[in-house]
Structures are given as C-alpha cells and as structure tokens.
Design a protein around this ligand. Structure first.
Ligand SMILES: CC(C)(COP(=O)(O)OP(=O)(O)OC[C@H]1O[C@@H](n2cnc3c(N)ncnc32)[C@H](O)[C@@H]1OP(=O)(O)O)[C@@H](O)C(=O)NCCC(=O)NCCS
Length: 155
C-alpha cells in the first residue's frame, strides 16, 4: 500500500514523541537509551537524518533515524505507532532514507534487530535486507541481535 503520510525531517519539537515511541515500540524490556536528549542530539547531528511521518499535521505516526558514514549508513531506529502499521509508513520512511543514501554515495545499509522481533525481520527482508550475522548479547546482555544489510544498486 502507498501511504498518504507526509514524511519530513524531524524538528526538536518531535524529540519527546520519538523517544517515547522508541521506548515503547523498540526498547521495551530494556533500559531506555534513546531518551529525548539523545534524540535531540541526533536531530542536530549533520551526519544523521531523523525522519517523521504524520498525516494531516496530526500526531507522529512513525519515525526513523539513520547515521551516514562514508560508504555505509546505519539504520539506528525505525518504528511506526501500532495503530498506523501495515499502511506502508515504514516502507515510505525507508525508501526516503535509501534515496538520500544513494545521493550521498552510500553503498551499504546496515542495521541490528532484536532476535525476537520476527515482524521487523520480515519487514526488512521484504525491503531487500539479508541477514549478515548475529551479535550475541548486543542488547545489554539481555538479547541477541541479528545484523542485516542491504547493498544499494549503483548507477
Ligand atoms: C516493523 C515496522 C517498522 C513495520 O512498519 P509498517 O509501517 O507496519 O510496515 P509497512 O506497512 O511498510 O510494511 C511493508 C511490508 O513489510 C512486511 N511486514 C511489515 N510488518 C510485518 C510484520 N509484523 N510481519 C510480517 N511482515 C511484515 C509486509 O510484507 C508488509 O506489506 P503488507 O502489509 O502489504 O503485507 C513496525 O511493525 C514497527 O514499528 N514495529 C515495532 C518497532 C520495530 O520493530 N522496529 C524495527 C526494529 S528497530
């Protein structure tokens, strides 16, 4: 499905809502690392894109955080509010980031996902990511991570 959500760069006013969605949808059962302060640092950081998705200027429905290196970009966070899922919001966020990564000359996208998060792994596989390894105890020693990566087509 093609979403009718508007995708824009986050502003500092979005930091609280992004952090709370990260805590509830991604970091559940773990210490809260992506606090509003840390999200604000990411929003200000020139080598990081923080995106938000909302519909008709309403509350935030989803967000994504990607950090750009020279040849690799790292998708640090991606979440969609439960009520807005399966409407293409995450796909639209990721497609925006992939397009900007291509412009920046990035060759590979990387991410880690909680080993228990089968839904997210299915989503990433659908978006062209493949498993590239496991990081034991990556989440505070409490849970393993699967590494996934996607090679971006050139030319
Ligand atoms: C994973 C997540 C970001 C997907 O967001 P979304 O907006 O619902 O994804 P989309 O609507 O763009 O999904 C596109 C396709 O991916 C696949 N997909 C998405 N979620 C899936 C799930 N839970 N199980 C299986 N396949 C899934 C489907 O093929 C889907 O297409 P379809 O709806 O036509 O079947 C969302 O479920 C989420 O926020 N989960 C909690 C946080 C999280 O796990 N974040 C990622 C790890 S950091």
């Amino acid at each position: 499905m093609i979403t009718d959500h508007e995708i824009t760069l986050a502003t500092l006013e979005d930091a609280q809502a992004i952090a709370e969605l990260s805590r509830d949808a991604i970091e559940y059962g773990l210490p809260w690392r992506w606090t509003p302060q840390r999200v604000s640092v990411a929003i200000r950081d020139r080598s990081t894109n923080v995106l938000v998705a909302r519909r008709a200027a309403a509350a935030l429905h989803g967000f994504a955080v990607m950090q750009y290196g020279d040849e690799t970009a790292h998708l640090s966070l991606l979440a969609v509010r439960e009520s807005a899922r399966r409407h293409g919001v995450a796909s639209a966020l990721l497609e925006w980031l992939e397009a900007s990564a291509r412009v920046a000359g990035i060759q590979t996208l990387r991410l880690e996902v909680r080993a228990s998060n089968l839904g997210a792994m299915a989503f990433y596989a659908r978006m062209g990511f493949v498993e590239s390894g496991i990081r034991t105890g990556y989440y505070e020693g409490l849970e393993d991570a699967f590494r996934m990566s996607k090679r971006l087509a050139t030319g």
